[in-house]
Design a binder for this molecule. Sequence first.
Ligand code: F6R
Length: 328
Amino acid sequence: MDERSFREHIDRWESLALNGINEGGKVECEMDGRIKRIIFAGMGGSGIVGDFFLDLAHHYSFPFDIYSVKGDYIPFPVSSEDLVVLLSYSGDTMETLSIFNQVRETARVLAVTSGGMLLSLSMASPPACAIKLSKGLFPRLDLPEMLYAVSSFLSKNFGIRFLSRERLLSSLSAFRLDLREEVLNAARSIFGYFPIFFASRPYASVALRLKNDLSENSKIYSSIEIIPEAMHNTIESLWKLRNNHKIFFVAGRHAFGDIFVRAFSEVLGDRIDKVLLRGDDLISELIYGYRLSAYISLELSSLSKVNPVKTEAIDRYKMSLKKILEEN
Ligand code: F6R
């Protein structure tokens, strides 16, 4: 894939999202009985789906608890009242496969993948079931399909009103907003700096996505800080930062009623640049944020003359991990 087709895939995110709505609503899985917890497990561009649902859980009320695990192990026992949603675009991520092995005999399992070991293992271990994703993309390019497929699955099986098919279809208009001006302004403001993205719930997943897109696509290091926790530690050192850092506050409409955000703004005042998320509801605001993030990172990759497609260090890590596991 070259840079141009990378961008074209992002331009076509709406059709991937629609595909997700249809696929997630079609898949037949036994979901009888009570589910008390949903545990999302996955890494990087796939695992961020868990952060999306954590953001939603901070605003809407789900009929189950939501957890997101980024690693190779769920640090508590799981049972048949737990649904573990394993997210791996490739289906070959070691950490996610390790969680599959941990939970496959005790919990309900839904694999969300385009193939790999995760698909074959879940097919071979009924009642584990799978949502199959479009092939030939990168995990970070398939975000809308994953988000919407899982949302549609949850809506169909658990009747969640704020994820109904109508609500999901109406949120697709967020993919049609013209972001060019915002993208250029934000990219110019970031270029040459190390950004620190501050966010509060329910917008933390957008800050995380910005950090990851800037790293993977633009090869720019940035960091994220979550309010209010950062106000109990990080805030103390911000005034000592050198000139090459810049603070950005990522926020949508729900952030501004938040007392912690008000206190944060009073302390940092005019030292903050804002990344404002537009949308009629939370899902639309989050989608707006993920799109903005993708396009800002592409703009920065062209300003910095780096290739957004290749992720050589991540690939090297995966190969080393595989080798270490084979040797042991
Ligand atoms: C690459 C990317 C990575 C991967 C991660 C896990 O586009 O976004 O962060 O998502 O290495 O791989 P998968 O998603 O295949 O389980």
